[in-house]
Structures are given as C-alpha cells and as structure tokens.
Unconditional design. Structure first.
Length: 388
C-alpha cells in the first residue's frame, strides 16, 4: 500500500483553530482546510456527510458552511456541547443583552458541585464565583443561549483552575494563576458571540444533527444513506494517547454532564487477544509487542478490536460508490510502530471498500501531546460492494 507525501496538506502557518473553530479549545482537532478540501472534492451540496467521531465539530462547521447536510456523533458530552454551539445561529443582540443580565445578576441561591478534590483544583473564592455564575447561566431558558454561555463557562473553568493548560492530562500547574472569574467569562462570551454571529448572516441551507453517542452500540442512521464519511478516530486508547476525558474532566464536573463515557471509549475495556482481527500488519505488531509486554499487547488489541467494531457499524451507512476519508496517526508502543493507516485499510476492505490513496501530512498546527506523532495519514477509500 503506497503512501504519498503531500506537502500541500501541511497548511503551515494556518492555525487549525480560527473563527468558529476557535470557540473553546479542544485536543487534536481536525484541520478545517483538510475537511474543506475533501468536502469539495468528494461531495456535493445537499449530500449527507457523516462524522462518527466528530469531536468539537470541525467537520460539522465546514459541512454547514458548504451546504452539506451533516450528522455527527461523539461519546464526549463536552465535545458535543461545543460542536452544537459552533453550528447554531443565535440572535446576537439578544445574546449580548442576556450576557449583561447574567453579569449583573445578584445570585444568592447557588450550589457548589460536589466532586473530589475541588479545593485542590480551585481556590475557595474562585469556587464561589464559579458557582454563582453557573446558577445564573442555568437559569437561562433558551437552550441555544444557555449552551452558548455554558461553553464560555467551560473555558472559564479551565482558565481559572490550577490545572496546567499546557498538558492534555489533568495535572496541577507549578505556578499559581489569578484571574477575575466574571471578567474572564465576559471576555470569552463576547468573543464567542462575535464568532458565532457569522452564522446568522449566511443563507444556511443544510441541516446539522449532533448527538452524544457510542458508535460501538450502532448508529441511528439508515443504512446506505451517507454520501461522504469523513472522520478522525482516536489514535489509540485515551490513557496513552490524547486524554480527552482528562482534558474535559473539570468542565464536565462543573456543568453536571455525564462522565460515564470514559468507560466506553475505544479500548477502555481490556480484551484477550484470542480472536485475530483482519489485518496482517496489526497481528504482526501484536506478536512483537506481546513478546516485550503482554499487558500492553492486550491493551493495544482492545483498542483495535473496538475500532474494528466501530468501522463495521459505520461502513453500513455509506452508499456504494461513495467515499470515506479517515485521518489517523501512527503511534509507537514498546518501540513498535502501529501502522493504523494500513490497519484501517484492512478493516474497511473487510466491509466492502477499496483503497484509493493514503496521503501523508506533517502535523505542524495541531495541538497534540508533545513527543508523539509528527505525521497524519489521510486514508481515502471507496465503497464498492455490500458485505456485512
């Protein structure tokens, strides 16, 4: 299987997060120009686009702006909240007026969320200010506007916490931070209102549907209904690659979102390596890792067994003749590089796809854990038959 290095996909000097895509930070985001390119080349206006690992909604925004109908799923409730805000038009003047009321509101009846070590992550006065602000936001009746302010609140929580924001995993910063909670929230909220106001000025024709969902349990979409699958699944289990759960933890606690998803991420439940998966490359790597560390081999197998099951569920939704674009990174485990791009090709072939090309791009503008992958692999496939 040939890989083609494509420097035009590096997008050097173009940040992955700008405009609508800069509403709330999120780890390992798709580059919007990558999504934009393949939406244009492999789909048409009015087509249905699916992203079953949609994260914070980069593909959702690009589909909406280009007139493609869109369905996105993610297991992380914070990601789903961010994605919805990035793709929901709001009445700007009403949002600004409501922001003023939230900031002026004298909140006397409020609750502090009860979670372990809250005092470790937040100063006492910060906890009080956040609790009051949260109560004011939760009193907003319009769901669109409440979500808008929840996302600004989530970013505020991150910035006023004692967490090291340079890390993906939740670790305490060495240096103390002091921020005015209300002022910071106001700045973030105003900035987000300006960014999302773009949507109200455009003649949007497409629909966007985003849900919290575990793809391992199936997708509530009609089989063979999708015109383009474009996605970037996790590059490995959350514990050893991008810690989405830890990145989201403090926000999820403060917003009262469901945190049970951490037990259902790809590879979260360890499995034995007894049943071989349909990928020679994977099975060879597993044998080598097993010789060095049997436990890590089981963890790696568990991740790919779940990825295989996810691809089985996803593949059913794509129409014959239509394309899939899957962006992955190839990590190393115990000195063995796992060719996830080739493994994905094998898995998709098993469900009726042919491999068109794999394009290699340098990761120069994507927030990733330090010391990890330097390249991404853009795997392009086409559905040629029905095989389930």
């Amino acid at each position: 299987m040939n890989r083609l290095r494509d420097e035009s996909l590096d997008f050097k000097g173009v940040p992955a997060g700008q405009g609508l895509h800069s509403i709330h930070p999120y780890p390992a985001m798709f580059h919007f120009l990558l999504v934009r390119k393949f939406l244009k080349e492999l789909s048409s206006e009015g087509d249905l686009v699916l992203d079953p690992f949609c994260g914070s909604g980069v593909s959702a925004v690009e589909a909406l702006l280009s007139g493609r109908n869109y369905v996105g799923y993610d297991i992380n409730p914070l990601a789903v909240l961010i994605a919805k805000v990035r793709t929901t038009p709001i009445p700007t003047e009403k949002a600004l007026k409501l922001l003023g009321l939230i900031l002026k509101q004298e909140v006397k009846d409020y609750e502090v969320p009860n979670f372990p070590n809250i005092e470790y992550w937040f100063d006492e006065d910060v906890i009080e200010e956040l609790a009051k602000l949260r109560a004011a936001i939760f009193s907003v009746e319009d769901d669109r506007l409440q979500n808008l302010f929840k996302v600004a609140f989530s970013e505020t929580v991150r910035l006023v916490s004692k967490a090291d924001l340079g890390e993906f995993k939740l670790v305490r910063a060495k240096k103390a931070k002091r921020e005015d909670v209300k002022l910071l929230f106001e700045v973030i909220a105003r900035r987000n209102i300006v960014r999302v106001s773009v949507l109200s000025k455009l003649p949007l024709k497409a629909f966007v549907e985003i849900q919290q969902l575990n793809v391992l349990e199936g997708l509530p979409l009609q089989d063979q209904s999708v015109d383009l699958l474009i996605t970037s699944p996790p590059y490995g289990d959350s514990k050893t690659t991008v810690a989405y759960e830890q990145f989201s933890k403090l926000s999820i606690k403060w917003l009262g979102l469901d945190e049970g998803f951490k037990n259902h991420q790809l590879g979260a439940k360890e499995k034995s390596c007894e049943k071989a998966l349909p990928s020679e490359e994977l099975n060879e790597c597993l044998e080598e890792i097993k010789r060095r560390d049997p436990k890590r081999a089981r963890e790696v197998y568990s991740f790919y067994a779940d990825l295989y099951r996810a691809i089985e569920n996803i593949s059913k939704k794509v129409q014959p003749g239509k394309h899939a674009v899957v962006v992955v990174g190839n990590r190393q485990v115990r000195g063995v590089e796992l060719p996830t791009d080739k493994i994905c090709v094998s898995f998709f072939r098993h469900f009726g796809f042919t491999h068109t090309a794999t394009l290699v791009r340098e990761i120069s503008n994507k927030r990733m854990p330090s010391g990890t992958m330097k390249h991404e692999y853009v795997v392009i496939l086409q559905k040629i038959s029905i095989k389930f």
